[in-house]
Ligand binder design. Structure first.
Ligand SMILES: Nc1ncnc2c1ncn2[C@@H]1O[C@H](COP(=O)(O)OP(=O)(O)OP(=O)(O)O)[C@@H](O)[C@H]1O
Ligand SMILES: [Mg+2]
Length: 389
């Protein structure tokens, strides 16, 4: 079924995956330097550190944290002061116990997922860390999810770890990552601990920065000379609107696949345009700008409530709509009016609706997004609404 011939354009597909962390993250030198500064005491005196990385989607927060941890481990090993790290995605592990479970399993993969209380689990983590006599850096990625759920006690506990630790060599540092500033939502006890936490901000990438990123990635992932320079420029132009590195890398991957599929010898602008159309359409773009304010709020609500799912029911979307109105200082319209917005957005092809029967005999309308990733749409609508007010 698949052609086994060697690919002519793509050299190493893994280098285009989102998990891959390049050896060097261009244009994130200052953030790396800040992290190094904050973590200097870890290496020099075994003390612990806390950092908070903040910035919008695709600005390299996760990648920078990973790169930093790998680098510091290497450095610490040479210095004879072993450092270990563990990354936890708090969207997937959004409670005290699942964060702790993930930590324990870092040491003991067979640890059962039930039967132990939070405090017992905390003790296990401590025991493991102390036994190793290592410094552990815990990265809490998308920590806003955990904090908004009110599960911030675990953050506090981890930060207090060192005060109670007996073994001098073993301590725990924290790197927290979020798209928004959430530390002020912590409970009072944690707040006093984290008030002075050092925030490192990640701005959206500018066009030329995206160009450097995509160029570096194409050097790693593609055979030399098989992508035109103006193609890379075009990718950067397109992605510049979002300032999102994920977008530009995705476009590189798609255009390379399209070019390869077409049997072309190099990636040209036409392949990029095709890749772009797959990612999102410009036509949609201009339509979005022209929507009236209530329709924009409705679409924002749909994008927010649908998250990673294929569909969201109208009830959930309407709740998100009321919240969005509140947030932007607009008056939420009545249910029937909300429906007309949904219908009109559907008429314009910006969303699709389908009616399905429920197990209890009722009928529910589900909404889906035909051609734009919810994440992208969410950002776009929020930006348009902000520009207006
Ligand atoms: N400066 C950079 N150089 C090279 N690649 C980068 C750079 N910044 C980001 N990337 C790549 O872009 C993709 C997205 O970056 P990353 O996952 O770090 O974003 P993020 O800020 O964590 O976004 P989100 O808030 O959505 O989690 C990754 O594949 C990452 O390797
Ligand atoms: Mg991330």
């Amino acid at each position: 079924m698949f052609d086994s011939k060697k690919s002519s354009i793509i050299k190493d597909l893994d280098k285009l995956s989102f998990e891959y962390v390049p050896e060097k993250l261009v244009h994130r030198e200052s953030q790396m330097a800040s992290l190094r500064m904050l973590f200097r005491p870890v290496i020099e005196s075994g003390r612990s550190a806390t950092a908070f990385l903040i910035g919008s989607v695709g600005t390299g927060k996760t990648a920078t944290a990973k790169r930093f941890c790998l680098d510091i481990r290497r450095y610490a090993m040479d210095a004879g002061k072993p450092v270990d790290h563990h990354i936890i995605n708090c969207r997937r592990n959004n409670s005290d116990s699942s964060v702790l479970l993930s930590l324990i399993r870092h040491y003991d993969p067979g640890y059962p997922d039930r039967g132990f209380s939070v405090s017992e689990m905390m003790k296990s983590v401590k025991k493991h860390v102390e036994k190793r006599g290592q410094h552990l850096i815990v990265v809490l990625d998308e920590v806003d999810v955990l904090i908004k759920k009110g599960a911030s006690d675990i953050i506090y506990q981890l930060s207090r770890f060192n005060e109670e630790s007996i073994n001098v060599g073993s301590s725990v540092s924290l790197i927290m990552i979020s798209q928004e500033y959430v530390l002020d939502r912590l409970d009072t006890a944690s707040l006093s601990t984290f008030r002075r936490t050092n925030a490192i901000s990640f701005d959206r990438y500018k066009r030329d920065e995206l160009l450097d990123i995509v160029r570096a990635r194409s050097d790693e992932a593609l055979h030399p000379g098989h992508v035109r320079d103006d193609s890379l420029e075009l990718m950067a132009d397109i992605a510049a609107e979002w300032g999102d590195a994920r977008f530009v890398i995705e476009m590189l991957e798609r255009s390379a696949m399209i070019a390869e599929e077409a049997g072309a010898s190099e990636v040209d602008a036409e392949h990029v345009r095709e890749a772009k159309a797959m990612t999102y359409s410009v036509v949609t773009e201009s339509k979005l700008t022209e929507l009236d304010r209530q329709q924009k709020l409705t679409l924002l609500a749909v994008a927010r409530s649908i998250k990673g799912d294929a569909y969201v029911n109208t009830g959930q979307a309407e709740k998100a709509y009321v919240l969005a109105c509140e947030e932007y200082g607009d008056k939420a319209r009545k249910h029937t009016q909300f429906w007309t917005y949904i219908r009109s957005l559907s008429d314009q092809g910006l969303l699709e609706t389908s009616v399905r029967g429920d197990p209890d005999g009722g009928r529910t309308t589900y909404i889906s997004l035909p051609d734009m990733p919810a994440k992208v749409l969410k950002e776009k609508m929020a930006q348009l609404l902000q520009d207006e007010s």
